[in-house]
Design a protein around this ligand. Structure first.
Ligand code: CO8
Length: 260
């Protein structure tokens, strides 16, 4: 199914829109991640494209993060395949040569937050009902070192440490205070603002911006590349523990209960 992500490239400006459309919550399933990587690679290789804006086509939710059903009750082979896809998504996005802007038009926990953190700039809708953060600890799981590194690079060590230990999700106005997002706008201004910021970033020569970006991010990217298989094995052995499986099941139950 090749339809979870809508891509629209405006050749005259060199800016593409990538919109997540995988209802109900844009969870990052194996299919979603695969399509994401293919779409991003196409844009990366398209000389007409210099920048990408990411947003959601699902109301109120940017992305609910990694698809929990991909991490529970499946085989070790499946967990390994899924984790490689998560790594691939991050390596491509964090390492992208294009200008990447997250237009966060809804809640964005865990893996959703990682997508936003991996961009060059984050604009969030000012609605305090929308929250963002790396809440892994609340699920009884641990964000891997490269989620942590990406987070530290945005908000600094102290805030990252406290937020990761507590699994904090921050309402948009709180997230702005310490720079987890760069600015807030009313929902109806989001698209326009993202385009304006993009124009500002694209006003610089690509080569200077790209080399600078690479200089800032290379150490963190290289760390995963050097330990990629080890990271897959860590994930598989962690996630297939019965105690962890039980935590995930309880969390999914809690999500269902909160509904009724
Ligand atoms: N994966 C799979 N299904 C999900 C997910 C998810 N991440 N999030 C929600 N769903 C499902 C719900 O279970 C529900 O299913 P159903 O309709 O069958 O009951 C459906 O989507 C709709 O969800 P809600 O009713 O909760 O919708 P709301 O609009 O009320 O809320 C939220 C939307 C805010 C997104 C809410 O669903 C939520 O908080 N979801 C959980 C988000 C979350 O905690 N994600 C963390 C995933 S873990 C991760 O991304 C990083 C893992 C790092 C690896 C760790 C190494 C071991």
């Amino acid at each position: 199914s090749n339809n979870k992500i809508l891509v629209e490239l405006d050749e005259s400006s060199g800016v593409a829109m990538m919109k997540f459309k995988s209802p109900p919550v844009n969870s990052l399933s194996l299919d979603f991640l695969t399509e994401f990587c293919i779409s991003l690679e196409k844009l990366e290789n398209d000389r007409a494209c210099r920048g990408v804006i990411f947003a959601s086509a699902v109301p109120r939710i940017f992305s609910s993060g990694l698809d929990i059903t991909e991490m529970s009750g499946k085989s070790m082979e499946h967990y390994a395949e899924f984790w490689r896809a998560v790594q691939e998504m991050w390596l491509r996005l964090y390492g992208s040569n294009m200008v990447t802007i997250a237009a966060v038009n809804g809640s964005s926990p865990a893996g959703g937050c990682l997508v936003a953190l991996s961009c060059d700039y984050r604009i969030m809708v000012e609605n305090p009902k929308f929250s963002i953060g790396l809440n892994e600890a609340q699920l009884g799981i641990v964000a891997p070192f490269w989620f942590k590194d990406t987070f530290v690079n945005v908000v600094g060590h102290r805030i990252a440490e406290r937020s990761l230990q507590l699994g904090s999700l921050y309402p948009a106005p709180e997230a702005l205070k310490f720079g987890l997002v760069d600015e807030l706008v009313p929902e109806e201004k989001l698209q326009e603002k993202a385009m304006a910021v993009m124009a500002q970033w694209l006003a610089l020569p690509d080569h200077a911006r790209q080399l600078t970006k690479s200089m800032m991010r290379k150490a963190v990217l290289d760390r995963l590349v050097a330990h990629r298989e080890e990271d897959v094995q860590n994930f598989v052995s962690f996630i297939s523990k019965e105690s962890i499986q039980k935590s995930l099941r309880m969390y999914m139950e809690m999500l269902k209960k909160k509904k009724s």
